[in-house]
Write a protein of this length. Structure first.
Ligand SMILES: [Zn+2]
Length: 182
């Protein structure tokens, strides 16, 4: 899967460097749908070791939809109950939609009733960056992908056992990778 991912990425980069025209998935009428692989899944070469990516706004705008870009790079929030990932109960992992880093496992997903995919812990604490977010007159802890820096959501201290934490994550910032494809 890593090889497929790399090839897909190279393809996108190659196309962009030659034509500057976004690649489409055949639905040119819509005009804006990037030719994304079904999902991105790119675990680190060594478990727990994440190298920070250094990429440009342009790069992300080329591989993400407008909504994904807004959430990941402008700290946006999708409407509650809008993500199909809310209802995913199958075994697998949820990877960063931008860079493919596996962030959460289905085994830690729970029904929070909030309308956003919710998890009680990340796959590896090294894979998520946590920062205090004081916007909107609240003090919350923002969760970002530790590799690409893309905004994922927030973590709150009102989750279930065993951690008591609730990682409230935008589905549009994640890809679901079924266990059979890991
Ligand atoms: Zn990422």
């Amino acid at each position: 899967m890593r090889i497929l991912f790399s090839l897909a990425l190279l393809f996108v980069l190659a196309c962009n460097s030659t034509s500057q025209t976004p690649v489409t998935n055949g639905d040119e009428a819509a005009g804006v749908t990037p030719n994304l692989p079904e999902y991105r899944y790119d675990p680190p070469a060594r478990e727990g070791e994440v190298e920070r990516m250094d990429t440009t706004t342009e790069y992300w705008k080329n591989i993400l939809t407008d909504q994904e870009y807004h959430i990941l790079w402008e700290d946006g929030t999708e409407p509650s109950f809008s993500s199909p990932l809310n209802d995913v109960k199958a075994a697998g992992v949820f990877a960063c939609r931008a860079c493919g880093l596996p962030l959460f496992s289905s085994s830690t997903k729970f029904e929070s009733g909030t309308g956003w995919p919710s998890f009680y812990e990340p796959i590896n604490s090294a894979y998520v960056q946590q920062d205090v977010d004081r916007r909107y007159g609240m003090e919350r802890v923002e969760v970002s992908c530790a590799r690409c820096g893309g905004h994922q959501g927030h973590v709150f201290p009102d989750g279930p056992d065993p951690t008591g934490l609730r990682y409230c994550i935008n589905g549009a910032a994640l890809n679901f990778v079924p266990e059979a494809d890991l």
